[in-house]
Ligand binder design. Structure first.
Ligand SMILES: [Zn+2]
Length: 106
């Protein structure tokens, strides 16, 4: 089973006293994987389906190096850079473009 976690929703400030109150809510921790996930955006506070952008991560470079040392010619080493499954997945909010989380392969 998943464990609930506290997520900050609103911070109430007062000009003279500074931070007054933090309102938190309890929600399931969101696990970011390869595909889009439904998550409440901390920036625009809407429940959105995250947009996934793939970028070359550590695994991509390790695979590239691994292929190179196994005797593959230079062109084959670049295969990991063309395959999304070997890349990190960055989740962003479709509304405000805030980065919601990153799924790393390693
Ligand atoms: Zn947003």
């Amino acid at each position: 089973m998943h464990k609930y976690q506290w997520v900050s929703l609103y911070r109430l400030y007062d000009r003279t006293h500074g931070l007054l109150l933090i309102i938190k809510k309890l929600q399931y921790p969101v696990t970011f994987l390869e595909g889009p996930v439904q998550v409440s955006c901390p920036q625009c506070r809407q429940t959105v389906l995250s947009q996934v952008h793939h970028s070359s991560g550590l695994l991509t470079y390790l695979l590239c190096g691994g292929l190179f040392f196994c005797g593959f010619v230079l062109g084959c080493c670049l295969i990991p850079f063309c395959v999304d499954r070997m890349k990190d997945a960055k989740h962003t909010c479709p509304t405000c473009k805030a980065v919601l989380g990153v799924y790393k392969r390693l």
